[in-house]
Design a protein around this ligand. Structure first.
Ligand SMILES: C[S@@+](CC[C@H](N)C(=O)[O-])C[C@H]1O[C@@H](n2cnc3c(N)ncnc32)[C@H](O)[C@@H]1O
Length: 271
């Protein structure tokens, strides 16, 4: 079977997507962009790169489909359970020791279909229930479809395998279709917004989750985002990255230390 041709220059594709959708994709890693473009070329049955660029220049739908192909939003409740155990057993209790009376503010940056912000809301709800401390979760993603899905809070069994049966009982309701909807108590603590992580947010946070988003981006984007996270985290604030992500070789190390390397849990350095 014939395969699409190797791509030499990505600039025409980057510029067409920007023109058609207003979205800037030039911070994605070139190898990642190339894989997704080849995937779209195969899907629409085009073998020649220039021909594909021509299609892109005349078709808004293709620009949108290509952009959607970049938005990998695989996720799970309590993804990497050991990270959530560390948060529940060490990090959050430590937060509480430093007498914080103001609500805890968490940010799920790259919240996909909502499994992560809902897991955060469950974790904070359960950890804070014996205290008078409140919490809020801010959840952002660049994909409008992902945000729409997240707001409904309805999930299939396979996304819930890491949810403890007691939590499933307390925080979920079974729908008539046999799926599970997160309870309104947990859902109502989450504020959603469609936002490119590289654009600014004026809010301040105690803890930021940015997991399995940076792997698709180049070093330039990493530098920008680590600086931004340092700016919007409060004193001693926590940053949780994905298991395959790190700050090695970036200026992020100037702003953060890594008290829990296995879990990729970082803490903002005191100035
Ligand atoms: C693989 S999912 C990760 C979901 C969740 N954080 C987790 O670890 O399970 C990556 C998400 O990041 C989002 N994303 C990619 N680039 C983004 C950007 N520049 N700003 C905000 N979200 C972005 C995608 O739309 C997708 O929903």
């Amino acid at each position: 079977m014939m395969e699409p041709k190797i791509i030499h220059k990505l600039d025409p594709v980057i510029s067409e997507v920007k023109k058609k959708t207003g979205i800037n994709i030039d911070n994605f890693k070139p190898t990642f962009l190339e894989r997704r473009i080849l995937f779209r070329m195969r899907t629409v049955g085009i073998l020649d790169y220039d021909e594909y660029v021509k299609l892109l220049s005349t078709s808004f739908d293709e620009a949108k489909s290509l952009y959607t192909a970049f938005s990998i939003n695989v996720t799970k409740f309590f993804r990497d359970p050991h990270v959530w155990e560390k948060l529940e057993n060490d990090i959050i209790p430590n937060f509480l020791k430093t007498t914080r009376f103001s609500p805890i503010r968490a940010w799920s940056c790259g919240s996909a279909s909502g499994e992560e912000p809902h897991s955060i809301s469950i974790l904070l709800n359960d950890s804070l229930k014996e205290t008078r401390i409140g919490y809020q979760v801010y959840a952002t993603d660049i994909s409008a479809d992902a945000i729409t899905h997240a707001k409904k809070g309805i999930y299939r069994n396979e996304n819930l395998i890491n949810v403890h049966p007691e939590r499933l009982n307390t925080h979920f309701e079974k729908t008539s279709e046999g799926h599970y909807q997160v309870s309104s108590v947990i859902r109502n603590r989450i504020e959603y917004e469609r936002l490119d992580m590289l654009k600014t947010t004026g809010k301040l946070f105690d803890i930021i989750f940015c997991r399995n988003v940076l792997i698709y981006y180049d070093k330039d984007a990493h530098e920008q985002i680590f600086k931004k996270f340092a700016d919007v985290l409060k004193k001693d604030g926590i940053l949780v990255l994905g298991q395959d992500e790190s700050m090695i070789g970036t200026k992020g190390c100037n702003y953060f230390e890594l008290p829990c390397p296995k879990e990729r849990i970082y803490q903002k350095k005191s100035q």
